[in-house]
Design a protein around this ligand. Structure first.
Ligand SMILES: C[S@@+](CC[C@H](N)C(=O)[O-])C[C@H]1O[C@@H](n2cnc3c(N)ncnc32)[C@H](O)[C@@H]1O
Length: 178
């Protein structure tokens, strides 16, 4: 939220990829964004996000799509602000996910993903093992932040904000070229 406040999102259209139960884009709507599209692979997440949009009286300003963003991106509208909050770490093809989502972004691109630290790799390794034991198809990934930054800046965006905690790195980029 801090990085998005600085970059600006008033009256903006939002695209949240891997939107989960919708808390982030619904908060942006309550604080002045104009409309939001949420996309998630999981039907339960979409169901819950729709429920919360109703609860928060945001249903008319939200639209939800169930599916893999990479499969349905062409049918989605462009947005002024695109958000991927803890999503790049769920997807093996970070290059594809980032480039397709950048192509949908008119001005602000915000993402949170795991830091490239040894203990993060250990934690993700344990998480992957637990998922395998539980027979889940889901696997977590730690993609190199330097490569992610290079892809985004090479696409005409400048980094306007960065913060981190022990596990997560948050970055906000603003488009400099059209
Ligand atoms: C760790 S959760 C984060 C959810 C939410 N952004 C949050 O921070 O609460 C990751 C979400 O991304 C979704 N996801 C992962 N890869 C996706 C993809 N390629 N297209 C759409 N959704 C995706 C998952 O289904 C999951 O709900």
């Amino acid at each position: 939220m801090e990085g998005l406040e600085r970059a600006g999102y008033k009256d903006a259209t939002i695209l949240e990829i891997g939107s989960g139960v919708g808390h982030l884009h619904q908060t942006l709507l309550e604080r002045g964004a104009s409309s939001a599209v949420g996309v998630d692979l999981a039907s339960k997440m979409i169901e819950e996000a729709r429920h919360w949009a109703e609860e928060r009286r945001l249903a008319e300003r939200t639209d939800y799509f169930e599916g893999d963003f990479m499969d349905i991106s062409e049918s989605l509208p462009d947005a002024e602000v695109t958000v991927l909050d803890k999503v790049v770490c769920c997807y093996p093809d970070a290059d594809g996910l980032i480039h397709s989502s950048l192509s949908k972004t008119k001005r602000v691109y915000a993402l949170t993903y795991p830091r490239n630290r040894w203990y993060v790799h250990v934690m993700m390794g344990f998480a992957a093992l637990a998922m395998k034991i539980l027979r889940s198809d889901f696997r977590p990934y730690v993609h190199a932040p330097e490569r992610i930054e290079n892809w985004i800046t090479a696409d005409g965006f400048d980094k306007s904000y960065q913060n981190h905690n022990l596990l997560w790195l948050t970055q906000v980029y603003v488009k400099t070229s059209i």
